[in-house]
Design a protein around this ligand. Structure first.
Ligand SMILES: [Zn+2]
Length: 314
């Protein structure tokens, strides 16, 4: 067991995740390790998780529930505050302040965010574990153990009994404890990032998301004067119904308007970037903005409250 490093010696440095992963990738079983044919055949039938698809579906369902609960909670808070605003128990600036605080300072939202994070972290751990289990299994399957004879018996004796279990346990605990990488490019990590973006626009439908960091997917939020995001189609100048985004420049248009526009042009109506029908994808963040903007309009209208001038123009 000499080539298994003592876990307790590793300290918490920033690059620990990378080192850990490197270590697992290059992890080799002890040179002499009695793997019998029986063990191999048992191992062949084992998979880390046989139900990968079902697991993914379950995670999706869980995340969806948290997302819906979050949206429901935000609606209730806004309605409650709008009620107070209508009854003049609250000023408009107090209403806006309360809304601003929702994203970072609300206990209930932070509780829901923690649940979401836990779902994501569990999934990242699982994905790492499945990966390592697969590579360890491949390692074992490739080994060609010499049959146990009187002459090679000392080699086998180097490994204490139960060594195999120790190797499994070692790897398992390593994966469970130290392998969660925030940078792991798993679907769960992406979904969590989307959740944060969607949460922000659910609270603030016309505010630009201040922390969009996935540049590769285009600059999703384009600010207009006054620091608001326009919900109007740059072609029809009406409220967007079905938002599609040009990933090449990040500008969003209404699907029907852009379909008509494309008959006569292949350039973005806002900037000099190329515009092709086949590039257009659904703009989910804008969709969420529109849904939540409509929610706000309804909440205000039902209570005869005038919306902000800036919001009115939308
Ligand atoms: Zn553009």
């Amino acid at each position: 067991m000499s080539n298994i490093k003592d876990e307790s010696k590793s300290d918490n440095t920033a690059s620990e995740d990378d080192l850990e992963e490197e270590e697992v990738r290059s992890f080799k079983l002890p040179e002499y390790f009695p793997i019998t044919r029986k063990t191999k055949s048992k191992l062949r039938s084992l998979t880390a998780w046989k139900t990968g698809n079902r697991r993914e579906k379950m995670r999706h369902k869980c995340m969806d529930c948290v997302k819906k609960a979050t949206e429901g909670y935000i609606s209730i808070v806004l309605e409650k505050n709008a009620e107070r605003l209508a009854n003049k128990d609250m000023t408009k600036s107090e209403f806006d302040e309360a809304r601003r605080k929702l994203y970072k300072q609300d206990l209930e939202i932070n509780r829901l965010r923690t649940i979401m994070k836990n779902i994501k972290d569990t999934d990242v751990k699982d994905v790492n574990f499945i990966y390592a289990f697969g590579s360890m299994k491949a390692d074992i399957m490739e080994r060609d153990e010499p049959a146990l004879t009187i002459s090679n018996m000392p080699l086998y004796q180097r490994v204490s009994s139960g060594a195999q279990d120790q190797v499994y346990d070692h790897l398992k605990s390593k994966l469970r404890s130290g392998m969660v990488s925030e940078n792991a490019d798993t679907q769960a990590v992406k979904d969590y990032r989307d959740f944060e973006h969607q949460l922000f626009v659910t609270i603030n439908p016309t505010e630009p998301v201040p922390f969009l960091h996935d540049v590769s997917e285009g600059d999703n939020d384009i600010e207009v004067e006054g620091g608001k995001v326009s919900l109007l189609c740059p072609i029809s100048h009406d409220l967007i119904e079905d938002p599609v985004i040009n990933p090449k420049c990040g500008h969003t248009y209404d699907k029907t308007s852009v379909a008509n526009y494309l008959r006569n042009s292949n350039q973005c109506p806002v900037c000099p970037t190329e515009l092709r029908r086949q590039d257009l994808i659904e703009d989910k963040l804008m969709k969420q903005r529109l849904v939540c903007y409509a929610r706000d309009v309804k909440i205000f209208k039902e209570r005869n409250i005038k919306m902000d001038e800036a919001e009115d123009k939308l």
